[in-house]
Design a protein around this ligand. Structure first.
Ligand code: FES
Length: 85
């Protein structure tokens, strides 16, 4: 069994919240709890990552998703976790 999980960092600072981080968090949580990504990722909420002009900001592994939405984040998660499927 492979226990490596991809880390997903979601900024929940004020600028990212204004840009939709709350909705993004809800969608990520719902989708990471079920389906093929269940148990493959760990969602970590962070404070401001000092990239507010690119809000909302999510980091998947070593990839920065700037001005992102759930579709972009999920496609990046799938790219990163594909090697484990
Ligand atoms: S509030 Fe998210 S990067 Fe600053």
């Amino acid at each position: 069994m492979n226990s490596k999980r991809e880390l997903v960092f979601l900024c929940t600072g004020s600028d990212c919240k204004k840009a939709g981080a709350k909705q993004l968090r809800k969608e990520l949580k719902e989708n990471l709890k079920s389906g093929s990504l269940k148990g493959r990722c760990k969602l970590i909420e962070t404070k401001c990552m000092d990239m507010c002009k690119s809000a909302p900001v999510v980091i998947v592994g070593d990839h920065f998703c700037k001005k992102t939405d759930s579709e972009k984040v999920f496609s990046q998660i799938k790219i990163k976790t594909n090697k484990y499927f």
